[in-house]
Design a protein around this ligand. Structure first.
Ligand SMILES: [Zn+2]
Ligand SMILES: [Zn+2]
Length: 274
């Protein structure tokens, strides 16, 4: 009798697990439909859409953002949600009870660990679906100015207010060029080497987007390193890429300052809320 009861609970929990898994996958991965009515975000989408009949297909390029926990289109914006934690090891996972298996020491002589610990964030990023050059180019703010494919934030070339240089902060970057700020938000100011070392991405691949909706590519192009001289004041230029056969303005991450962005956004930035 006890065995049958246990078997019943086992089967019950298996069926719960499977159904949760599949519905979660649908929410995350199905790019062809707007979120279903049980989704938290439906307030945003249904209020603007009236009868909700609009079905907007998410362009393939955004599916490369594998760190997204949800993604949908709201008018002329793409909305992407993420937890913002790195999917690679870091010394900054030390003493996190929820991800201690990702703790990995960094034994570089120059490394000076900062006192912060990685924290998960509820980040919602809204970016223009069809970005255009802005007539006045806004400066990038401190904090999240863009996102990498793994959902980690891109920060600009400054360590703090009044354009403080990264000179000292660079020593606190871990083995993948990231570190958490004072409330634990993990971010990259430089090339995200975990991504660029993946065969599926490479050093010439798409690495993410800035909030103005323009894509960010790696430090190599057509077999040679991109330098600041190849780029404009905003740290980008326009041409065809494998993701945009019609050509697009895009930023490049270079090995020299200002690394990701130069003197502000090329387009009009959307928002990132955490
Ligand atoms: Zn930083
Ligand atoms: Zn390029």
């Amino acid at each position: 009798m006890k065995f049958i009861k246990n078997l019943f609970y086992l089967l019950l929990s298996i069926s719960i697990l499977t159904s949760c898994g599949s519905s979660e996958n649908e929410d995350n991965m199905d790019p062809t439909t707007l979120p279903s009515t049980d989704d938290n975000d439906d307030d945003d989408t249904t209020s603007g859409d009236g009868d909700g009949s609009a079905t907007t297909v998410i362009p393939d390029v955004y599916k490369k953002i594998y760190g997204a926990t949800d993604m949908y289109i709201d008018g002329d914006m793409i909305v992407i949600e993420m937890e913002g934690i790195p999917d690679h090891n870091s010394p900054y996972y030390e003493n996190t009870s929820w991800a201690s298996e990702r703790y990995e020491a960094y034994n570089s002589q120059d490394f000076r660990k900062n006192p912060n610990v990685i924290a998960s964030v509820d980040r919602t990023v809204r970016m223009p679906l069809n970005p255009e050059e802005a007539s006045n180019h806004q400066e990038t703010q401190l904090g999240t100015m863009g996102i990498a494919l793994n959902g980690v934030a891109f920060y600009n070339q400054y360590a703090g207010p009044n354009n403080q240089a990264l000179t000292d902060e660079i020593f606190s970057f871990d083995q993948y060029n990231g570190h958490p700020q004072n409330v634990g938000v993990y971010h990259y100011h430089l090339e995200p080497t975990y991504l660029t070392s993946q065969d599926t991405v490479g050093r010439d691949g798409l690495l993410g987007f800035l909030l103005d909706g323009f894509p960010v590519y790696g430090p190599m192009e057509n077999g040679s390193a991109v330098s600041n001289n190849d780029l404009d004041d905003y740290h980008g230029h326009s041409h065809v890429t494998s993701d945009y056969p019609d050509g697009i303005y895009h930023y490049h991450i270079t090995s020299e300052d200002p690394y990701i962005n130069g003197n502000g956004y090329y387009g009009t930035p959307g928002t990132s809320t955490e």
